[in-house]
Design a protein. Structure first.
Length: 269
């Protein structure tokens, strides 16, 4: 059983919803990423989604686009991101890490080379926005041969046929985008998400995480009531941007935000 599957199984036994924060590796500099990953765990993160900086992050709104730009100013590469995960693993062998990014850097490295390096670094899953399963070719076998969970996005517009296609290729969990748009969008319709989650769950036994639009403890708790996991990105990355010159403030404010979400998800707010 993968680290991701084990985590969800443990949470299911406890009746708890997974909290999955997202940060961009190398934002605002390379030195903060590993300590920040530990801060996320200390404040309630169950799984970490680590963004690989990319020059054209098409699924991301302006907040995360700017995070990629800041990281790329410091020349943060895919090799750097893998080194960060490896450093994190020196003191944390339990928390699953999912890389979120785009195909180009992986393709340049080579599918097998990337999969082997990611596995050796301690990566558990890969969410690659711009490679659907029908174009997976050598990508999917490389991931699965190296025990990496391929994670796919489903949207409000996904048809039943599309849900079946993606869930048959996915492992670990499925990421449901709760709204039409990019990361950081404003609206959140929990009832509509609940209806779509029912459709997805009728198709697969994989856990379903929900992201895009979760900004605070209230929205995390509302979505956590219907989802297996909530993914929080732009709200966290905004704090990195706001306090880019004050590393201590980044840790403090993100820790406070996550701790509040964790308490709300656990019903202790």
């Amino acid at each position: 059983m993968s680290r991701i599957s084990s985590k969800f199984a443990a949470l299911r036994e406890q009746g708890r919803t997974a909290l999955i924060p997202f940060i961009t590796a190398g934002d605002p500099d390379k030195e903060i990423t590993v300590p920040l990953m530990h801060t996320l765990v200390e404040n309630g993160a169950d799984i970490i989604e680590l963004g690989v900086p990319f020059s054209d992050p098409m699924a991301d709104g302006p907040v995360i686009q700017r995070a990629s730009e800041r990281a790329l100013l410091h020349h943060t590469s895919l090799h750097d991101v893998l080194a960060m995960v490896q450093a994190f693993r020196k003191t944390n062998q339990d928390t699953p890490v999912v890389l979120m990014g785009y195909l180009n850097p992986i393709e340049i490295m080579g599918y097998t080379e990337f999969a082997e390096a990611a596995h050796d670094a301690g990566v558990d899953g890969v969410l690659t926005v711009d490679i659907p399963p029908e174009e997976g070719g050598d990508f999917l076998p490389a991931m699965k041969n190296h025990s990496l969970d391929p994670i796919y996005l489903l949207a409000p517009t996904s048809t039943q046929e599309r849900i079946e296609k993606l869930t048959s290729s996915a492992s670990g969990f499925v990421y449901y985008v709760s709204l039409k748009g990019v990361t950081g969008a404003a609206s959140l319709d929990v009832s509509a998400a609940a209806d779509k989650l029912a459709q997805i769950r009728a198709t697969t036994n994989l856990p379903v995480g929900v992201g895009f639009g979760i900004k605070d403890a209230e929205t995390a708790a509302a979505m956590g009531a219907v989802a297996d996991a909530v993914v929080v990105g732009s709200a966290i990355v905004s704090l990195v941007e706001q306090h880019a010159e004050e590393p201590a403030k980044i840790h403090e404010t993100i820790g406070t935000l996550l701790a509040g979400m964790r308490a709300a998800l656990d019903g202790n707010s």
